[in-house]
Design a protein around this ligand. Structure first.
Ligand code: GTP
Ligand code: MG
Length: 304
């Protein structure tokens, strides 16, 4: 299952407390150590597009607290950093609306700082106070609520009405193994495939009224906001290909008008079907030709 949205709370580790302690039994000098620093919370970008799945169960993500200071001026250990992995293409938005985008695999960004450790009583020793009886508490780690939203980073996006043949085409030209079905809404979440190092995203079919909540493709349109080229699939089976085209364009516009400015190629899919239909009627040989497609004419010439 592709998880493309989540909400989490992150918290840097708290700083350890400084210690109040004195050497020996009586009269010894102060020897309370400092507390350790709390761990930071960082994010690291991964190529694994399924990485947000972990946040379905892990809603609060905390780095380790720093240890308290020890006797003999021993400092407490620093808390371990917590590194969260999220897919490239994730947008992280905090409560103030500040947004971070993960753009490159391996990229690391600090999200929440751990708190500083408190100073132990030894560090407050001075000529005027040789036996300080106080130490600092550690500071609290930073805490933030974050909204996570994944926008897949693909070079090409396959869009179209349900059953237009998007997934079949994806499977045909890439390593993908998407489910195919002779019914609408076979694809329930985006599929990805790779062709010569370029990533193709297959988006669940869109229908008229998608923007009002019909069907299920609408929420996945965020995944084509970043593609370089739209491959708009229209089935040759359609009674009215132009209407089909307009339906999809209208839904794109309602989602984000900027999608209409993307480069687009229209793929007339299942072009073999008209041929098959005619063959069934006449039981004769049918050769599709177009004067604008020399290859199709070559087939005929060789027959003649
Ligand atoms: N004859 C023929 N059938 C095709 C072709 N491409 C796809 N199909 C068939 O069309 C049906 C729908 O194909 P899918 O690839 O599942 O269509 P889709 O656009 O991904 O559909 P959704 O996921 O529901 O949006 C399947 O029965 C396919 O076998 C083609 O080029 N020729
Ligand atoms: Mg499909």
């Amino acid at each position: 299952m592709l998880v493309d949205e989540a909400e989490i709370i992150i918290r840097g580790g708290h700083g350890g407390a400084g210690l109040v302690s004195f050497r020996g039994k009586k009269g010894g000098g102060p020897d309370g150590g400092d507390g350790g620093r709390g761990g930071d919370v960082l994010v690291r970008a991964t190529a694994d597009i399924y990485a947000l799945k972990q946040f379905l169960s892990k809603k609060v993500c905390e780095a380790e607290d720093g240890e308290g200071g020890g006797t003999g001026i021993r400092s407490g250990a620093n808390g371990k950093d917590l590194i969260l992995t999220m897919p490239v293409g994730t947008f992280l938005t905090d409560e103030e609306g500040a947004e971070i985008e993960l753009t490159q695999e391996g990229q690391e960004i600090l999200l929440a700082k751990g708190g500083l450790g408190g100073r132990g009583n030894e560090s407050f020793k001075s000529p005027s106070n040789t036996t300080p009886k106080y130490a600092q508490k550690g500071l609290r780690g930073q805490e933030k609520g974050l909204k996570l939203k994944l926008k897949l980073i693909a070079d090409f996006g396959l869009i179209g009405l349900p059953n237009a043949g998007k997934s079949s085409f994806l499977n045909e030209i890439t390593n993908a193994n998407a489910k195919i079905g002779d019914y609408p809404f076979t694809t329930l979440e985006p599929n990805l495939g790779v062709l010569n190092g370029k990533v193709l995203a297959d988006i669940p079919g869109l229908i008229e009224g998608a923007s009002e909540g019909r069907g299920l493709g609408y929420k996945f349109l965020k995944h084509i906001e970043k593609v370089g080229l739209l491959l708009h699939c229209i089935s040759s089976e359609s009674d009215d290909p132009f209407r089909d085209y307009k339906i999809i364009r209208e839904e794109l516009k309602k989602f984000n008008p900027e999608l209409l400015n993307k480069k687009e190629i229209v793929l007339l899919t299942k072009s073999d079907l008209k041929e098959t239909k005619l063959k069934k009627i006449g039981k004769k040989e049918v050769i599709p030709i177009s004067i604008h497609n020399w290859d199709s004419i070559q087939v005929l010439i060789s027959k003649l």
